[in-house]
Design a protein around this ligand. Structure first.
Ligand SMILES: Cc1cc2nc3c(=O)[nH]c(=O)nc-3n(C[C@H](O)[C@H](O)[C@H](O)COP(=O)(O)OP(=O)(O)OC[C@H]3O[C@@H](n4cnc5c(N)ncnc54)[C@H](O)[C@@H]3O)c2cc1C
Length: 233
């Protein structure tokens, strides 16, 4: 029953995501079809079109490209927050069908920093023992899982289109977001930037992407270090 940590991989993305979105944008104002336009689009034109789309806020064309990620070593506490983002698709390891015997778990850094790691891991061991005992007594996995903690590791596949990703990054790379979902969002953003550097060039928390922080008194103050950013109260 070991401790584990976050691992995120990009499983798949729309091929040429920026060209696909740029062709869709151009087709809105053209007599020609998107396929013909996509063939004729140069990288420079695609870049210019995407910059225009992002700046103008006409983000619906960014829905034509999607990214699919596999996240492992992530807690149930984190995925509970993740799946609140509704404009996405998820497939998560089932605690009804997958036996959680000797489950992996995530230990928050704060627990270690406060010297409570032993109590934490003892509690995980106790939960695992009770889970096993319930199973041996004939309790179904779907009911035995009620004793599993939020720290329990899960695996989840996530698909979001680029518009939703920009929104997700705005909410979840912000320092106001909880540390684990923030780490997940930052990993996903890094992977997106490699494949679509123009779409995601200015992506991030609102202080980065919109140059404004709306967190009021709860603001971390990061906006002060970003040129042109302001606090909106
Ligand atoms: C720092 C932080 C703290 C939070 N704390 C809490 C908390 O204490 N309790 C709690 O319950 N939640 C909390 N949340 C979750 C939050 O309330 C949202 O459920 C979550 O962030 C999903 O965001 P969303 O609804 O904007 O986006 P998504 O579901 O990702 O949707 C994207 C956008 O699509 C549009 N949209 C989606 N669905 C609809 C709809 N049905 N109707 C109209 N428009 C729609 C909206 O414009 C929405 O912003 C917190 C989130 C953050 C980032």
């Amino acid at each position: 029953m070991p401790e584990t940590g976050l691992h995120v991989e990009l499983l798949y993305n729309t091929p040429e995501p920026e060209k696909a979105c740029a062709a869709a944008a151009r087709q809105c104002y053209s007599t020609r079809g998107a396929s013909e336009l996509m063939d004729a689009l140069t990288d420079e034109e695609a870049t210019r079109l995407i910059r225009q789309v992002v700046k103008s806020g006409h983000h619906s064309v960014l829905e034509h490209a999607s990214f699919t990620f596999a996240a492992e070593g992530i807690s149930r506490a984190c995925t509970h927050q993740l799946v609140r983002h509704r404009l996405a698709s998820y497939s998560q390891q089932s605690q009804r069908y997958v036996k959680a015997k000797d489950f992996n778990y995530i230990v928050p850094a704060s627990v270690k920093a406060k010297g409570k790691e032993k109590q934490f891991t003892d509690f995980m061991a106790a939960a695992a023992a009770l889970y096993a005992e319930l199973g041996e007594a004939g309790v179904d996995k779907e009911d035995a899982r009620f004793v599993l903690p939020n720290a329990c590791e899960t695996k989840i596949v996530i698909t979001m289109n680029c518009r939703e990703l920009l929104h997700f990054f705005e909410k979840r790379t912000c320092t106001r977001a909880q540390w684990e979902i923030r780490a997940l969002a930052n990993e996903m953003l890094k992977l997106c930037k490699e494949k679509a550097p123009v779409i995601f060039g200015d992506a991030g928390a609102a202080c980065v992407s919109r140059l404004e922080c709306r967190e009021g008194k709860m603001s971390c103050g990061r906006w002060k270090s970003i040129k042109g950013a302001r606090l909106v109260e």
